[in-house]
Design a protein around this ligand. Structure first.
Ligand code: C2E
Ligand code: MG
Ligand code: MG
Length: 734
């Protein structure tokens, strides 16, 4: 009983032991000193896919990958030499179906242990773990390329390499949709096959890639011959080297829409494994990430090179295009031209109508320009209201002039503003052909200088560059920078020109005229800097300074409460008028001096009032309400309509000296205009001042015409304050 019982116990414990071993994931085996298998828990589990009888008496080391064999043998020898010591190795071993598996092996030599009498080998299949690790390492290295900003092609190639490194046996290629065409971006196939794939994908309507993209799902043809014709993939079967094919769409991260595909062709029948499909997913999502990044970069690059408001190329891109155009001219000798365009009086429009309206105008303006310029030419926004047109292929001498004319024509009809208003814009254009220019900078400066010449000549016109303009432009640039400091450094002085009452013949007022005591260039007349000041905005500071200085100085000579009436004329530029706070400034100056309103005469040039803007008229009304007198300066030069003049709150007109100068000349036509101008002033109930009176004959004539006041060299030039004080004191009569 006892014997039987003991045997039964042994059998039970062996069963228990076997079931324990077969339920753990590791395989435990025992070999003899030659490495032949004596026992294995795995034989029950079809270890590596071989049948049980395959194993017994065999040396498992014979299944190790040749490349790993040295390590396997080394480990074995170490185990033999060191009884009881644990030895660990990872090697690849061949599965029954021929694929290689990663196996981790631990061996302990227990040959001397009578209970065991062999080498105990524990092995574990770590293929999935190693694959996953390998894939994530590959993935990390592609991500690094993307993060470094490598090109799409480089990233594409790395993705194809990732497939190879992770066990893809076919030839893979990445296609991206570019303007509705699939373009191959990377491939692992030999050049000839890639070329074939490229052609096949291009020429066949419903190609493999197309299908993947259309269906937004993987298309797997595991046996081309079995499937082709039915699925319309005959073209693949036509290539004898292709037995299976697989295409998978690449989906955009942003939109989820297909943007390309990953295709793999096999030279044997092939069903992609779970792992392969996962690997392909990883590659596709890496390509999608790279595309996303490239898109963002392209957007940023576009933003960096284009103007945010109008969408036109900006200064940076323009300079780049100019340099390219100059380099091309060097090679080919074709003529190239620049048109530098500046919107006339845009600052006035912008300041008076608000910057929103100004922005809308710029956008509309840019559209009109773009619409007349040839697509091959560049229209760029250079800055504020400056636009530059680069004409790349000047065909005839008058070609740039014709473009300039077309630009001017594009402005012939008005721009519609919100609230139904309209505004006309004109441009001054400077033309410069590339001659000896090496850089876009110098060339632009020339075109800019020509544009200034166009402004000086009266705006709304074209001027072509000539070399004297370079000097003029340099001087202007210098003036611009010096002028900013002129007010602070107290370099501006005010001169006074007496105004004579033609009834009494005595001085009844003066006009304040600014001069600039320039540290190097001496005393400069306003003609040398007022326009620059208007363009750069410094006119506001200058205007305030002149008004305050003149009122302060004249207050020392005249007591308005006791003396006979005296009127101080101060010039106001269009820009000051549209800045909107001129009335506030005038109010505070009057309050500070105690002067009555009418003793101050603000002179506004006719052209400043021309532009149909509401703001200047509003400011004029408010000034008028303060009691201040208003004059239209240079009357007769600005084309104002009588209807318009009748509506302005104006007290005086100052007849421009060009008409006064014409009095008594042989051709008296201009003189007769003086008559007409005075008649108009009388009809409008305005007082009249004649400017630029230089001769007695002119004075007599003006008296006969009952002109109210006169001013001119006949009486006195504009004088520094002290000299004017002395003149006033002497109370001369004419
Ligand atoms: P304006 O207001 O028409 O001033 C009269 C100009 O005619 C002055 O030139 C004066 O010197 C000149 N003039 C006076 N009598 C005669 C004459 O008998 N014969 C000739 N040929 N010229 C005479 P100026 O001082 O050079 O000023 C030129 C223009 O500059 C002024 O024309 C005015 O529009 C502007 N300006 C002067 N001061 C200021 C200022 O403080 N602010 C602004 N915004 N503009 C100013
Ligand atoms: Mg004046
Ligand atoms: Mg004048």
């Amino acid at each position: 009983m006892g014997g039987t019982g003991e045997r039964g116990e042994v059998a039970a414990s062996e069963r228990w032991f076997r079931s324990l071993l077969s339920n753990i994931s590791d395989t435990v085996s025992i070999t003899d000193g030659d490495g032949k298998l004596l026992f294995s828990s795995g034989t029950d589990n079809n270890l590596l896919g071989y049948p049980d009888d395959f194993w017994l008496g065999r040396q498992p080391i014979s299944l190790v990958h040749p490349d790993d064999m040295d390590r396997a043998v080394g480990g074995w020898e170490r185990a033999l030499a060191n009884p009881g010591m644990e030895v660990y190795e990872e090697v690849r071993m061949r599965e029954a179906n021929g694929t290689w598996q990663d196996i981790a092996i631990t061996g302990v030599n227990l040959i001397d242990d009578p209970e065991v009498g062999g080498i105990v080998v524990t092995s574990r299949n770590i293929t999935d773990l190693r694959r996953a690790q390998r894939l994530s390492t590959s993935q990390a290295s592609v991500l690094e390329l993307i993060a470094r900003g490598e090109s799409l092609t480089t990233v594409g190639e790395a993705c194809v390499q990732l497939l190879v490194d992770n066990g893809f046996s076919g030839n893979s290629a990445i296609y991206l949709l570019e303007e509705d065409r699939l373009e191959i971006r990377a491939g692992s196939a030999p050049a000839a096959l890639v070329e074939w794939m490229r052609e096949a994908e291009r020429s066949i309507d419903r190609s493999l890639c197309d299908r993947a993209i259309l269906t937004e799902d993987a298309v797997i043809v595991s046996d081309v011959r079995a499937a082709t014709l039915a699925e319309g993939l005959g073209y693949i079967a036509a290539n004898e080297d292709i037995k299976a094919a697989w295409s998978q769409p690449i989906l955009s991260i942003a939109s989820g829409r297909p943007v390309g595909s990953l295709s793999t062709l096999y030279d044997e029948i092939h069903v992609p494994s779970e792992h392969e499909r996962h690997t392909a997913d990883v590659a596709c999502s890496l390509v999608a990430i790279a595309l996303e990044r490239a898109d963002t970069e392209a957007q940023l690059a576009h933003q960096a090179l284009h103007d945010g408001l109008t969408g036109l190329p900006n200064r940076t891109l323009l300079l780049d295009r100019l340099d390219h155009a100059l380099a091309r001219r060097e090679r080919t000798g074709t003529d190239i031209a620049l048109l530098f365009c500046d919107i006339d009086r845009f600052k006035v429009v912008n300041d008076s109508m608000g910057h929103n309206v100004g922005d809308q105008l710029l956008v509309a303006f840019a559209q009109r320009f773009r619409s007349v310029v040839a697509p091959s030419d560049t229209v760029a926004r250079f800055g504020g209201d400056e636009f530059v047109v680069l004409i790349e292929d000047v065909t005839t001498d008058d070609h740039p002039v014709r473009v300039a004319e077309e630009l001017a024509e594009a402005l012939a009809h008005p721009f519609l503003l919100p609230a139904g208003n309209e505004v006309f814009l004109t441009v001054s254009i400077g033309l410069a052909l590339a001659t000896d220019h090496r850089s876009g900078d110098g060339w632009l400066r020339d075109a800019d200088a020509a544009m200034y010449r166009a402004k000086e000549a009266g705006r709304n016109r074209l001027a072509a560059f000539d070399t004297d303009m370079r000097d003029a432009a340099m001087i202007r640039l210098q003036i611009e920078s010096d002028l900013r400091r002129a007010v602070e450094r107290d370099e501006l002085v005010v001169h006074y020109q007496p105004v004579i009452d033609l009834v009494t013949g005595r001085i009844s007022g003066a006009e304040a005229l600014v001069r600039w005591q320039h540290p190097e260039r001496g005393l400069l007349p306003p003609g040398d800097f007022i326009e620059v000041a208007e363009d750069t905005g410094t006119i506001n500071g200058i205007g305030r300074h002149v008004l305050e200085t003149a009122v302060r100085e004249i207050s020392r000579l005249v007591d308005h409460t006791r003396d006979r009436p005296f009127q101080l004329g101060v010039n106001v530029s269009a820009r000051q008028l549209s800045s909107g706070d001129l009335d506030e400034l005038v109010r505070s100056v009057l309050a500070g001096s105690g002067w009555p309103g009418p003793s101050l005469l603000l002179e506004l040039t006719e052209s400043a009032l021309l532009h149909g803007l509401d703001e200047p008229i509003g400011v004029m009304r408010r000034l008028h309400d303060l009691g201040v007198s208003l004059a239209i300066d240079d009357f007769g030069t600005g084309y104002s309509s009588l209807a318009r003049l009748g509506h302005l709150p104006v007290d005086q007109v100052k007849i421009d000296q060009s008409f006064v100068g014409a009095i008594g000349r042989p051709d008296d036509r201009l003189g007769r205009i003086v008559d007409a101008v005075i008649a108009i002033a009388v009809a409008l109930d305005h007082r009249t001042t004649a400017e630029g009176v230089e001769t007695d004959a002119q004075l007599d004539y003006l008296r006969r015409m009952r002109c109210d006041y006169a001013q001119g060299f006949l009486f006195s030039k504009p004088l520094p304050f002290d000299e004017f004080a002395a003149l006033l004191e002497s109370d001369p009569r004419w």
